[in-house]
Design a protein around this ligand. Structure first.
Ligand SMILES: [Zn+2]
Length: 373
């Protein structure tokens, strides 16, 4: 069995939820620890209060994966005078790393926003507030005739040429390429110091920026030329959108009361906060796990009639109701606790596929600190 380093676990998590998707105010990534450290036990949780650190110490955990960043704002000292300093000292003394995947995991497709909507039983959901849009490039490569399909296939298999539900999208035009090999060149066609004219195709395809190096590498592997000529253009076309919040349109109207009861049952909670006319029929719902305070305007402009979230404050609830949006607040923990299950399942699946001997489990002490009585 291979030794698994902390950085390997980080890479697996960042494939799932790239760090660059996080909101600008957020603090995500490896917040405590050393990427070179060996990892045998991983514990997943929503928060890292001191009792969760104690649980990790008692269970010999090497790495904690949390949703809410353990360090959020600037620190001037780390000592035992305050809770955060105490926690950090305890983590470092016990060789426990902490990786936080927060708004990047909320936002990413099939991340927590989607998982929350799925949990509530909504299959179709759209983004409410766009945060990033994939940059697209046009790659034009010059290929001698007879090699165009091989090169196109290699680029397409590396992720180029996708337009909507279509793969292998490309366009090629016939032309004449010229070159003169100089001393030291090892030309596929032609000889040194003699001008060559070759029938070539200009093969064009679309490439998401993040896949460009892979596409170029795979293209060059099958291209017969020693020096491959290609052009890369930035496109004004935009690729896949990523964003925060999900908009759901119900097939049939529901009253706010019916919706709230349904959500209580799906989340397994006995109380829920509701603001607005409980008998009002609604069809368009804005969903956001966690704190939804700053989301009222986006929900309003998306046309939602109700905002389903957790952790709303009094004045923001009042603002929402005045704007005409009802609010269903199921609590911060209840709307996000599935994060630890989802991340643990993903890590177990990846570790098994890679034959990594790493134990993964969810924290038992990271329960809802709020008791609704
Ligand atoms: Zn949260």
């Amino acid at each position: 069995m291979a030794i698994v380093k902390c950085q390997t676990v980080v890479n697996i998590l960042e494939e799932l939820a790239p760090r660059k998707l996080a909101e600008s105010w957020d603090n995500v990534g490896l917040l405590v620890g050393d990427g070179r450290q060996e990892v045998k036990k991983v514990m997943v949780c929503l928060d890292v209060p001191e009792w969760v650190v104690d649980e990790a110490v008692s269970k010999n955990v090497d790495m904690i994966i949390a949703h809410h960043p353990i360090i959020f704002s600037g620190m001037k000292k780390i000592n035992n005078d305050n809770v955060l300093g105490r926690k950090l000292l305890k983590l470092i003394k016990n060789n426990i790393s902490v990786y936080c995947t927060h708004t990047n995991y909320d936002i990413v497709k099939n991340g927590l926003n989607d998982a929350f909507a799925d949990l509530l039983g909504f299959e179709e959901h759209q983004i409410i507030e766009e945060t990033t849009q994939e940059k697209l490039l046009k790659l034009a490569v010059y290929v001698p005739q007879g090699y165009e399909l091989k090169v196109m296939e290699a680029m397409s298999n590396a992720g180029a040429g996708f337009i909507g539900a279509y793969s292998h999208c490309s366009f090629r035009t016939n032309g004449v390429g010229t070159f003169k090999p100089t001393e030291g060149a090892k030309p596929f066609i032609g000889e040194a110091n003699k001008l060559e004219e070759v029938q070539e195709y200009k093969l064009e395809t679309i490439v998401p920026e993040k896949l460009l190096s892979k596409v170029l590498r795979d293209m060059q592997k099958v291209h017969p030329y020693e020096e491959v000529a290609y052009d890369i253009y930035e496109l004004a076309n935009k690729g896949k959108r990523q964003g925060v919040g999900r908009l759901v349109v119900l097939e049939h109207d529901k009253t706010l009361m019916e919706l709230a009861e349904d959500i209580k049952q799906k989340l397994g909670i006995s109380t829920i906060r509701l603001a607005g006319d409980r008998y009002k029929s609604v069809r368009k719902l804005a969903l956001l796990n966690g704190a939804g305070n700053k989301f009222v305007n986006s929900a309003y402009f998306s046309g939602a009639q109700v905002l389903i979230t957790g952790d709303m404050q009094y004045h923001e609830i009042l603002d929402a109701v005045e704007m005409g949006i009802s609010v269903i607040d199921a609590g911060h923990y209840a709307t996000e606790k599935l994060m630890s299950k989802k991340i643990a399942e993903h890590l177990i699946e990846r570790f098994n596929a890679l034959k990594y001997d790493v134990e993964v489990f969810e924290s038992e002490t990271n329960i809802d600190p709020v008791l609704n009585i």
